[in-house]
Design a protein around this ligand. Sequence first.
Ligand code: ZN
Length: 168
Amino acid sequence: MSSRCPEIVDPWRVSEQKQAFSGSVQLGDLPRLSPLLSRTEGIADYQFLFSRDQHRRPLIEGRVEATLWQTCQRCLTEMPLRVDSGFRLAVVQGYDEAGQLDEALEPLLAEEGSIRLLDLVEDELLLALPVVALHDQCEAPAFYDEEISVDEPRENPFAALKRLKKTD
Ligand SMILES: [Zn+2]
């Protein structure tokens, strides 16, 4: 199954045939994702299953797995993000059709009647990335500790809590 994964598919044709594809891609080969990573070695594994919904629209059930490395913006050490993400997309031909979809389905606009599977893989990985990469708790010395405390809003509830503790 993992061999012969086509780069571009016609979703109407492969969904009629209920085709499934799986494969893997080097993270460094994903041009929108790789600049956001601290390491571009490693791979993403993916699977796609095509079928039709009750309105005969092509339906794509996909899964993407990868470990993405980013730099924590607080302590500047690397941190891994394990991604194991499933998604369901319905292929539509226009925005009107996209508005009619069930909430559980994401619309995918297929321009020119074809879709590129690696674009879907890359989109899913980009969605999994946090807006800012931060450890829950940094282990390394926090170089920016002082700056962060200066930026705290005045009405920070924790500040009030600290004052209470000090009076003990
Ligand atoms: Zn950190």
